[in-house]
Ligand binder design. Structure first.
Ligand code: NAD
Ligand code: ZN
Length: 381
């Protein structure tokens, strides 16, 4: 089959690799119909994720058709159309019982504490991903959700990550009726967090980025007020001025490892106004939230990232919550929101390309070319 394989930092390509096979009675094989590139894939692409092996297959956002099931699988049948959460989880351990699927004890790496994720390096279990024609889905009775009748395939594929992660970002902020929410990052995750903030009762939503076309998009999709951080000298003062000197009730970090900023600088040649090596978005989030407010982090960092102004956080008495999204937990509610038209995920899809053009697709998404927000790859067939 054809699959997206990692070659080296800034280089992926489509290769012929062996078809996946059932390795365990609980496995299914899914024929991929749509798959996306995520901001998290950029951390792999930039060579920032430990133990990313040459030749491994990328992709944790995919939906498709069940092609084959192992002998123990009962909840799926061949021919079902499914959307598959990016987390791989057993469904029965102590963590899964608490719906902390991203922290499943049976799949979690004890050394890095990263849960099982499709196509996300050997530090996340070494599972091959779904930017391919076929993918092996472990715990097939537990992870996949059968796509409801009538749901658009491009909405379904965004249920694998973007919609639940954006929703969980807002949920972890514990937004109260009328709260002011400031979101750092106008990528797909920040855009969806803006939408979800309204659904959870926000009274005001402000999104910060420096990519104008993304700010423009979120100003309509959120909707949201926007701040271009290139035009701001001191972010904390700026947000305070916007909020009657109070600060935000809730700040959300939808950016993560700032090294992505320097990586982008390398790709575009555009100098970024960022402190080298610092978690600027997280730093801003802590400094922009009001005393006693909440900071929610979904942006992804390396396991031992340290540049956090923890003293400010303590002095302000803020609450910080963070996690990889537990995608499956959110599916019932989010399917309802999509069916009712309260969330229209596929509006953020800007590009649809054949899987064979994956190298160009990664480059375009990473360097923010051609007004790219979200790219869907379509495998041949
Ligand atoms: P993306 O790369 O498309 O978007 C990131 C945005 O942040 C870009 O528009 C960039 O211009 C902007 N940005 C960079 N530095 C900034 C700063 N200091 N302040 C404000 N904005 C800044 O990525 P995405 O797909 O939206 O993902 C966002 C983050 O969420 C990534 O770190 C990704 O790994 C992470 N993520 C986490 C989970 C989870 O479960 N926790 C799931 C999916 C993605
Ligand atoms: Zn993703």
């Amino acid at each position: 089959m054809l699959a997206t394989t990692y070659r080296r930092p800034y280089k992926v390509r489509v290769d012929h690799v062996p078809d996946p096979v059932i390795e365990h009675p609980n496995d299914a094989i899914v024929r991929v119909t749509r798959t996306c590139i995520c901001g998290s894939d950029l951390h792999l692409y930039h060579g920032l994720v430990p133990d990313t092996r040459v030749g491994s297959v990328f992709g944790h956002e995919f939906c498709g058709v069940v092609e084959e099931i192992g002998p123990s699988v009962q909840n799926l049948k061949v021919g079902d159309h499914v959307t598959v959460p990016f987390n791989i989880f057993c469904g029965s351990c102590e963590m899964c019982q608490r719906e902390l699927y991203s922290n499943c004890r049976n799949v979690n790496s004890q050394s890095t504490a990263i849960g099982g994720i499709y196509g996300y390096s050997h530090s996340a279990g070494g599972y091959n991903g779904g930017q391919a024609e076929y993918v092996r889905v472990p715990f097939a009775d537990i992870g996949p959700t059968v796509i409801p009748q009538g749901m658009h395939i491009e909405d379904a594929v965004l249920l694998t990550d973007v919609v639940p992660t954006g929703y969980q970002a807002a949920e972890m902020g514990d937004i109260q009726e009328g709260d002011t929410v400031v979101i750092f990052g106008a990528g797909p995750i920040g855009i969806m967090a803006a939408r979800a903030s309204w659904l959870l009762g926000a009274g005001r939503v402000i999104v910060v980025d420096h990519v104008d076309y993304r700010l423009d998009f979120v100003s309509r999709f959120g909707p949201a007020e926007t701040v271009n951080f290139r035009e701001v000298d001191d972010m904390a003062i700026h947000i305070k001025k916007m909020t009657d000197w109070m600060g935000a009730d809730v700040c959300i970090d939808a950016v993560g490892a700032e090294a992505a900023g320097s990586a982008m600088q390398r790709l575009t040649g555009v100098k970024m106004k960022l402190q080298a090596g610092a978690a600027t978005a997280l730093y801003w989030a802590i400094n922009c939230v009001r005393s006693g407010g909440n900071v929610s982090i979904v942006g992804v960092y390396g396991p031992t990232f340290n540049a956090v102004p923890i003293g400010n956080a303590l002095n302000k008495g803020i609450t910080m919550r963070m996690n990889q999204a537990s995608v499956k937990r959110h599916h019932p509610r989010l399917i309802e929101h999509i069916q009712a038209g309260r969330i229209k995920p596929r509006e953020m899809i800007t590009h649809r390309l054949p899987l064979e053009e994956v190298d160009e697709a990664y480059h375009m998404f990473a360097s923010k070319q051609d007004n790219c927000i979200k790219t869907v790859l379509i495998p041949p067939r």
